[in-house]
Design a protein around this ligand. Sequence first.
Ligand code: ADP
Ligand code: MG
Length: 365
Amino acid sequence: MRGKGIFPKSLLAKLIYWIFASMSDIKTTTIDQLGEFGLIDHLTRRFKLSNPTSSKGIGDDAAVIRPNGKQVIVSTDLLVEGVHFDLMYTPLRHLGYKAIVVNLSDIYAMNATPKQVTVSIAISSRFTVEAMDEIYEGIFHACQVYGVDLVGGDTTSSLKGLVISVTAIGEADEDKIVYRNGAKEGNLVCVTGDLGAAYLGLQILEREKRLFLEDPQIQPELDDQKYLVGRQLKPEARREIIEYFNDINLKPTAMMDLSDGLSSDMLHICSQSGVGCELHESRIPISEDAYDQALKFNMDPITCALNGGEDYELLFTIESEDETKIASHPYISVIGQITAKEEGSVLLTKGGNKHRLTAQGWKHF
Ligand code: ADP
Ligand code: MG
């Protein structure tokens, strides 16, 4: 489903029109008309509980989750307008979808399965019921796609801007959970999908925003950028990889999801595991779209892949003898190996040079 059918034509223009229209006085329902409880009822009316572990959902003082002999895994994220998202080019529906997906990605990154979410929102009076409906449409869709239940949340007002906080709750057998600290010397470093596209998608949206602000008559050119913009606005979590691990009976030694960028995320695994690593530039997966767009922006594609962030791919390490188990998988690339701590964390370039991986980029020795 990646990158397909996500965008209406001329997204930015339609979107901006919609945002302005929804903020104008014409066709809208104010939150006041429903009141807080009316709004909660309205927003959550479609959500039904489907997981056996969701014992009590919305409507009481707290949700009740029945763990069933499993370990419970909890992750939470807070998204603030103007800091984490820009409503100028983020459709509210995508925002709702992404807010859920990025949390589910954290649960999958523990080799666990998400089952429940809570959603808390702070909204200013400039948001209408219709605008909230759009956000909840995205939330509903994500809950359906990933099979999770919305079991609660909180709703409050903010003076300015929109804040969304999502908590995801998952489950796993104790011996299946994968942490960041288990990488061992000799392990292989693997990554799913391709990297850097979400960052380039963001650069495209920022460019279109600048052009739009200069001249609102300009139609945004996003049609041939669907993949990159889609990776930014509507990321997916790697559920199928976790299911694949289970099917082939493979347990990574360490794992995390790529939210900050390969460089800095790899350094987390290395420091928590007390190891070094050697990544090969030539093996880092970059889509053709991302590669071409990076060059058009006068950027180095590999720098985008290393530092871009928001790819929500999985970065994991495996025992070297498990390589055959993943060798035929179309979305898994082996990009390097774990070394002794003293070797440091380095990138081997195509030209045979070594660069130290750093959280913000990479530096020459
Ligand atoms: P309380 O006063 O106990 O915090 P609320 O009136 O805030 O309860 O919430 C009532 C019910 O609605 C609770 O089950 C809560 O989890 C749920 N809820 C509140 N806001 C949201 C939201 N934005 N999305 C989903 N569920 C919500
Ligand atoms: Mg409350």
